[in-house]
Design a protein around this ligand. Sequence first.
Ligand SMILES: [Zn+2]
Ligand SMILES: [Zn+2]
Length: 330
Amino acid sequence: MTVMRAMVLERPQTALTMQERPTPQAAAGEILIEIAACGVCRTDLHVVDGELPDPKLPIVPGHEIVGRVAAIGAGVTGLALGERVGVPWLGATCGVCPYCRSGRENLCDRPLFTGYTRDGGYATHTVADARFAFPLSENLDAAEAAPLLCAGLIGWRCYRMAGEGTALGLYGFGAAAHILAQVAIWQGRRVYAFTRAGDRATQDFARSLGAVWAGSSEELPPQPLDAAIIFAPVGALVPAALAAVKKGGRVVCGGIHMSDIPSFPYRLLWEERRIVSVANLTRADAREFLAIAPQAGIKMKVTRYPLGEANAALAELRAGRFEDAAALIP
Ligand SMILES: [Zn+2]
Ligand SMILES: [Zn+2]
């Protein structure tokens, strides 16, 4: 019997513990993946903190999985042993609900989410539904590819929801904004970066990537924006972003969790401004973005932690201490 190692959450608001388990078999429709890196995402913190309802417990967190196909279950086509794959947050969909049948599988009524309602990638191995494992370019470093699978994909869906306007505001300049800013600038858009007041380092960093303006989220940008995407989990940014977009502008909320949105005057919403949220991703989003990402030349600074240091990595994320993104290396 081969053994895998995993960092496991037994109960919310407790530390993850390293456990050894029999390596799972790939059942029909599944693949076994030997993990090379798994990104550490804010959503993992929401799972660990018990802020998301009804997790599978105990759970192996982690939904930015990069690895190689180590075994293939019956009926799987299109993937080869040894092939590099990535597994994102959307781990399975039902295929029959009204959302799945209308091209909106991100809203599936009976989905499974990697690292939340099915075991994820804080481990040496995982099994994935083969339909939700995507071939990944060999040109990317495993740890640097990991954030593309969540921060990148959710950012991409937000970007698509933000419309075609050229002036794009990004509120909260973490991994998702860092990736998306590079894609948007590569596509010729003007990026305005909003950070916490006084966070000069992040503002300088955004300018170094090519943002035309960077400042505090309490400020208005020098010109009104066509759209704004909010990645920071701060409800007060919704009225702030509405005030920064022009008539017909869109404000896209990209987080899975946000503090309450304070009340605001109707005039901020009037003139056909829109507030929308983005939930999860579709397989079409993943294929589209993972094809574009290598072309856009996305660069990430990823802090690497050994698998057993998952609690430390989460603590650093909570404290906002790593510059960009982090990944666990088994
Ligand atoms: Zn469904
Ligand atoms: Zn994530």
